[in-house]
Design a protein around this ligand. Structure first.
Ligand code: HEM
Length: 413
């Protein structure tokens, strides 16, 4: 997930790594797709795939690995890395970063807990959280639709799902933000400082979660930590540390993406007033609309893979060990797959975007993410139908691997 390449050199890799691409990557993706859709970047020492058909096919190749252990080592200071062994151990328990039998075991146990029924049971709670947040904004002329609304929903949902106290919202959000910052490595990172902070956060998480996990083993409740500790697949069970890692993975990988999806939908809708009017006139459009928001602005802009063995692909030789960036955000705007791809069309159907991945690593939070997006947008537009952006310019976090606004000030009416 390294993202340390944001520099202003438009000649390099079609400008994919420039500051301008952080703000608006789509013209750069288009140039790459049209000029060299399979591109080797000398600077990044990695392959970039920007066409839909390549991204789609490569996501399912079993000889491509999602394992991140090597990358994580490269994020640590070079001296005395043993100090940070808890970081490596923690992230090797994230099923998102694992292949093969260990991935399949964690995934099977996770799915025992995160069932369609458990997600459906979240709907009234999500609605309640969304309405309560909207109530708190009522009466204000201006507020931040990202910080005061979009960014709060996924962490509150995660708290409800895991059965944690709402008073821990700020702390849990801080942890997921900082873990995400470590995994997405800012431009010119201070490795010592970042790794030190990570170590402290992971220790604090252990102090917080392990007693809760033990308590739920002893006295299960109706929440997902209890379901995870009880999950059993052919006698296999999750260890306390695996449950802890899964909680952090859900909050970090699921939280950042979901809030970004909600905020970017509210932002983009203002650029397509005809589509906003359509949604207001027909709220039932929200399910299709949510897919279009996900296609149009993918919170995760790329999936990263490592070649387990050498292979030839479309006239290119991929060497064992080389890194492949599957550019989801670009695939979603490929005109070969989506007619008029730069147009937001809330009724677009079919809409087989790749925002939630594809194949064996398809997003396990997809139903939850969709539910959050639909409920949040529907609620927001009903409550503030005449909302407007304070400024057309929004500032994104300085990364190109994911897209996350830093704020979204709006006039309420
Ligand atoms: C809009 C919100 C979301 C987006 C855009 C998103 C995106 C993705 C993508 C692209 C992948 C595939 C990664 C790859 O192929 O390398 C993925 C996997 C995953 N996501 Fe999500 N996600 C979202 C929300 C969530 C939520 C809410 C959760 C959990 C509560 C979650 C849990 C996971 C897990 C566990 C995986 C790994 C699946 C596996 O490797 O088998 N995601 N997600």
């Amino acid at each position: 997930m390294t993202d340390t390449l944001s520099i202003d050199d438009t000649q390099d890799s079609f400008g994919l790594f420039t500051a301008a691409a952080v703000h608006d990557p789509y013209p750069f993706y288009q140039r790459a797709r049209e000029t060299e859709p399979i591109h080797w970047s000398e600077r990044a020492q990695a392959w970039y795939f920007t066409r839909y058909r390549d991204v789609f096919v490569l996501q399912t190749r079993p000889d491509l690995s999602v394992d991140r252990v090597e990358t994580l080592y490269s994020y640590l200071p070079t001296t005395d890395t043993d100090r940070f062994s808890n970081i490596i151990e923690h992230y090797t328990r994230w099923l998102l970063y694992r292949d093969g039998a260990y991935h399949d075991r964690l995934k099977a146990l996770f799915m025992k807990a995160m069932t369609p029924r458990a997600i459906e049971a979240m709907r009234p709670k999500i609605q309640m959280r969304v309405e309560t947040l909207l109530d708190s904004l009522e009466g204000q002329d201006q507020f931040d639709a990202y910080l005061d609304f979009a960014a709060r929903i996924p962490v509150q949902v995660m708290i409800d799902l895991l059965g944690l106290p709402m008073s821990d919202e700020a702390m849990l959000r801080h942890w997921s933000d900082r873990c995400s910052n470590f995994l997405f490595q800012p431009v010119n990172p201070d490795r010592e400082k970042l790794a030190d902070e990570q170590r402290q956060i992971l220790d604090a998480q252990q102090d917080y979660f392990i007693p809760i996990i033990r308590e739920r083993r002893a006295r299960p409740r109706a929440d997902m930590i209890s379901a995870m500790v009880q999950a059993d697949v052919d006698g296999e069970k999750l260890t306390d540390m695996e449950v802890l890692a899964t909680c952090n993975m859900m909050a970090t990988a699921g939280g950042g993406t979901s809030r970004s999806a909600i905020a970017m939908a509210l932002w983009r809708l203002q650029q397509f007033p005809d589509q906003l009017a359509k949604l207001k006139a027909n709220p039932k459009l929200i399910n299709l609309a949510a897919e279009e928001f996900l296609r149009y602005e993918a919170p995760t802009q790329r999936s990263i893979r490592t070649a387990c063995e050498s292979f030839d692909y479309e006239g290119h030789h991929i060497e064992e060990g080389q890194i492949l960036h599957l550019m989801l955000g670009s695939a979603n705007r490929d005109p070969e797959q989506f007619p008029d791809p730069d147009r937001l069309d809330l009724a677009r159907n079919p809409n087989r975007h790749v925002t939630l991945g594809h194949g064996v690593h398809y997003c396990l939070g997809a139903s939850l993410a969709r539910m959050e997006l639909r409920v949040a947008l529907d609620g927001f537009i009903r409550r503030f139908p005449d909302y407007r952006l304070v400024s057309d310019e929004i500032v994104f976090m300085d990364r190109t691997a994911s897209r996350r606004p830093t704020s979204l000030p709006v006039f309420a009416r």
